[in-house]
Design a protein around this ligand. Structure first.
Ligand code: HEC
Length: 149
């Protein structure tokens, strides 16, 4: 068994070398589900903070910190699931023609998510509000270019 496992691992690692982006997923549908799940959760936690920023629910610094921390982690996840041959869902096909621009958009967002996490730790509502707005802009900018309505 042990040798079978290491053989399998070796094969997986070899396969991963040229196409790291898609090697994690056995099937295309797995990649789609993975990125959609991560983005779905991101939407939920952005919504929780957003409701506090709008004053729909009372500001709770600890809850903002929890969500911002989750968002910072989630922000790193979807992109490996946009590897070759993973078109579909609401992802516009142009993503796979403009991989550099798509990657840049994901990096602007990841940077904003880290800044949001830092601002959340300050507990300062005005500071959080500002960085939250900037983070939302990075979501919107990517959706405008790369997500079907
Ligand atoms: C670099 C591009 C990019 C960024 C940045 C981005 N998204 Fe998206 N988002 C997409 C794409 C592309 C899809 C469609 C994915 C699919 O259907 O496979 C999507 C889908 C979603 C979905 C639907 C998920 C589902 O249930 O199918 C939600 C919710 C979402 N994004 C929220 C956000 C939020 C909130 C942010 C910012 C905090 C964000 N996204 C940042 C590109 C991006």
């Amino acid at each position: 068994m042990k040798s079978l496992i290491s053989l399998g691992l070796a094969a997986a690692l070899t396969a991963a070398t040229p196409l790291i982006a898609s090697a994690q997923f056995a099937k295309k549908e797995d990649a789609l589900k993975y990125r959609q799940s991560a983005l779905q959760l991101t939407g939920q936690h952005m919504g929780r903070i957003g409701a506090m920023m709008k004053g729909d629910i009372p500001f709770n610094a600890a809850e903002v910190q929890k969500s911002a921390n989750v968002i910072a982690t989630l922000s790193t996840l979807p992109w490996e699931a946009f590897g070759p041959d993973t078109d579909g869902g609401k992802a516009k096909p142009v993503i796979w023609k403009e991989t550099d621009k798509f990657k840049a958009a994901s990096e602007r967002y990841m940077k904003a998510a880290v800044e949001l996490n830092t601002a959340a730790k300050s507990g300062n509502l005005e500071q959080i509000r500002k960085v939250f707005g900037a983070t939302q802009q990075t979501c919107r900018a990517c959706h405008d270019d790369y997500r079907e309505r």
